[in-house]
Design a binder for this molecule. Sequence first.
Ligand code: DAT
Ligand code: MG
Length: 231
Amino acid sequence: MFFRAPAFARQFSRQLSTRSAAVFQAASPSKLRWLAATVCVGGALAGAAALQVGPSNAIMADAPKAAPTKTAAGVKGGIERTFIAVKPDGTQRGLVGDIISRFERKGYKLVAIKAIVPSAKLAEEHYEDLKSRPFFKGLVDYMTGGKAPVIAMVWEGKDVIRQGRRLIGATNPLEAAPGTIRGDYCIMVGRNIIHGSDSFESATKEISLWFGKSEVYDWEFANAEWVTADN
Ligand code: DAT
Ligand code: MG
C-alpha cells in the first residue's frame, strides 16, 4: 500500500518545468507519488547534512570580531559608538535605506545592525528615564507592537554620538530643521521615526542593552585614509 505524498511534495511536483511535468504525466500516478516522496526525503537528508556541516570554520575565523579593548561606546570625545534605531514607523514607511545612507555618506561606520521587535522589558529599560511621563505606556506599546520591527544599529566614528543627534534633529519634528531626518520625514513627536543616543553614558547603556558583545563588529574602512585622515 502506498502512502499519500505530503501536500508540499505534491505542490513541488506541480511546480516542475513543463518538460519535466510532461515526463511526469507519462508516468503512472503511483510512480509519481513514489518519486515525489523520494525527492522529498532526499531533500530533507541534504538539508540535514548541510545543517550538520554549518558555516565553515575558515569563514568564521576570517569574520570581523568585536574588539575586546573597546568599551561599548568607544572612546568618549574620540572614536565613539552610538545606538541608532529606526522605530517601527520608520520601518513601515520604508525609510531605513535613506537613514542608513545618511550615516554612511557622512563617513560613519556601521558596526552592528539587526531587526528586532523589542520585549516590553527591553523597551521599558531603554526609556527608563521617561517612565513617569504620561506618554510612557503609549511609547512602549508603539515600540513593541510588532507591526514592523525596530532596526537597531550601532554606528562608529569621530564624535558620532553628538553628530548622530544632529543628523536626526530635534525630538519634536516640528522643531527639527529641514535637512535633518526628523525635519524631512515626520510631523508628530509620537511618530518621530528614529532614536539616537543623547550622551556617551546613554550610548554605553543602550548598546549594551540591545546588542551582545559578539554582535558588534570591529572592522576598518579600506579607504580609511580618505575619510578619517587629519593631515
Ligand atoms: P529623543 O528621542 O529625541 O531622545 P526623548 O528622549 O525626550 O527624545 O523622548 C523619547 C521619545 O519619547 C521621543 O523620541 C518620542 C517620545 N516622546 C517624547 N516626548 C513626547 C511627548 N510629549 N509626547 C509623546 N511622545 C513623546
Ligand atoms: Mg532620548
